[in-house]
Ligand binder design. Structure first.
Ligand SMILES: Cc1cc2nc3c(=O)[nH]c(=O)nc-3n(C[C@H](O)[C@H](O)[C@H](O)COP(=O)(O)OP(=O)(O)OC[C@H]3O[C@@H](n4cnc5c(N)ncnc54)[C@H](O)[C@@H]3O)c2cc1C
Length: 412
């Protein structure tokens, strides 16, 4: 248990200390400018300052810290992907997540509860067998379950939904959740402690180029010089890439989720079905979180829609019929950048000093620690770490996609 949590629990004073001192004025120049104060940008700043001794860093966010997709996601953490590149990458992230509370001395509420993905067709059963084997090969804990084993694991699950009966399940023991805001705050707190500046309400609007380099960054608070810059702005990636004429096959869609009234604990594992396009999990507060796939049309908007609510909940009720009377409390959306192979884009751009952390679609929360760590290594050394080399932007022009479509689906 983090020592900070114990101190907090036993203290009569609140709060113990201020995590973020009031923001300073923007300086005229930084060694590294990180655009985007979500989990990824903050993690990159933290690992740069912790492992590479680079602290003259500004993290700029047009809104508030962690208020983008980081604060809107449903916090699924897992590594049961399909490709060897994906499994290796996400497995490292899961390992880092397990120790984050201790590293921050701050409780991110990491909770390992396992993820069950349902197979309703023979072809899905075959694909799941492949995923289970690839996972085991790289040290992940994933296995196939039959109907009887699923019944024992989740007794309240309907194994014969009207659409298609459940044939088998992919049981990923490493499946987990963590409190998303706490992950952002933890990284921010530790980065600020080491000298990193976080500037909220600071929007990057354009760039000043000097040949093949970014010389300065234009913001709504003035222009700042930079040694190099990292773009980590999730659903807004194409907007800044367009300003720099960086071409990427990204299409942007809203992604919605919703949460119910709280109940006593009844569901430990995360349960998802790609055929029903739905996943269901119970939070530590007892609420049921419902999520599914992105909206079916590209849009830059975080509105919630009735049609998504109706279709998502109809499928959730097929899985758990007793939920028909559950009351919803909230519905929300984020904006996600989808790539054709459902894998992220990480690495160098065509500019010598501009790095990309983009294309995180519906699956980027779980990658926060490892993405931050590898992006920091890239920025500090100029060399692309092996783990992220397969996710370079050039893969699309070289036809070297890392196809994770089947393993992403509605499970995030
Ligand atoms: C409903 C929903 C459910 C999801 N569920 C999961 C899940 O269960 N598991 C999972 O792994 N992933 C999930 N995701 C995906 C995940 O949330 C994202 O991939 C991840 O949070 C991306 O983190 P980030 O730090 O890159 O981006 P963000 O957290 O979006 O941060 C980007 C920041 O950039 C800022 N910004 C944008 N433009 C500018 C600019 N011009 N100048 C300055 N700042 C700018 C924004 O204000 C924002 O704060 C989900 C997403 C949504 C929407």
């Amino acid at each position: 248990m983090p020592l900070g949590l114990l101190k907090y629990g036993l203290s009569s004073e609140y709060p113990l200390e201020v995590d973020f001192p009031p923001p300073k004025a923007l300086k005229s120049s930084y060694d590294v400018v990180i655009i985007g104060g979500g989990g990824h940008g903050l993690a990159t700043a933290y690992y740069l300052s912790k492992y590479h001794g680079i602290t003259n860093i500004a993290v700029l966010d047009k809104s508030y810290l962690g208020g983008g997709n980081t604060a809107r996601n449903t916090a699924v953490i897992r590594s049961n992907y399909l490709t060897s590149e994906g499994v290796k990458f996400y497995s490292e992230s899961v390992k880092l997540f397990k120790n984050l509370s201790n590293e921050f001395d701050f409780n991110i509420m990491y909770s390992e509860r396992g993820q069950l993905t349902l197979a309703h067709t023979d072809s899905t059963v075959r694909a799941f067998r492949q995923r289970a084997e690839v996972n085991k090969h790289f040290g992940g804990r994933t296995e196939m379950l039959d109907r009887q084993q699923i019944k024992e694991l989740v007794p309240c699950l309907n194994l014969d939904p009207a659409h298609l009966p459940v044939l088998a399940g992919l049981w990923h023991i490493d499946g987990a959740t963590a409190r998303h805001d706490a992950v952002a705050w933890g990284y921010a707190k530790e980065a600020v402690k080491r000298g990193v500046e976080i500037h909220q309400l600071t929007e990057v609007q354009d760039f000043v180029l000097d040949g093949n380099k970014i010389k300065a960054i234009k913001t709504n608070r003035g222009t700042i010089q930079c040694g190099c810059a990292v773009q980590a702005i999730a659903g807004a990636s194409s907007i800044l890439m367009n300003k720099l004429a960086i071409r990427a096959p990204i299409h942007t869609f809203p992604l919605q989720a919703m949460v119910s009234q709280p109940f006593k604990p009844f569901l430990t594992p995360l349960v998802s079905s790609s055929a029903l396009h739905c996943y269901v999990q119970q939070t530590s507060r007892g609420e049921i979180v419902f999520g599914g796939g992105s909206d079916p049309y590209p849009l830059y908007n975080t509105r919630s829609t009735l049609d998504l609510k109706e279709s998502l909940l109809a499928h959730a009720i097929e899985m758990f019929p007793f939920m028909a009377n559950v009351k919803l409390m909230r519905q929300w959306a984020g904006i996600t950048d989808m790539t054709p192979d459902y894998s992220p884009i990480m690495g160098k751009s065509q500019y010598d000093n501009y790095y990309l952390d983009a294309g995180w679609g519906t699956w980027g929360f779980k990658a926060t620690p490892i993405c931050g760590q590898t992006m920091a290594e890239l920025v500090a050394t100029g060399k692309t770490p092996k783990l992220i080399a397969p996710f370079a932007l050039e893969r699309f022009s070289k036809f070297q996609q890392v196809n994770e479509m089947g393993a992403t689906a509605a499970s995030h």
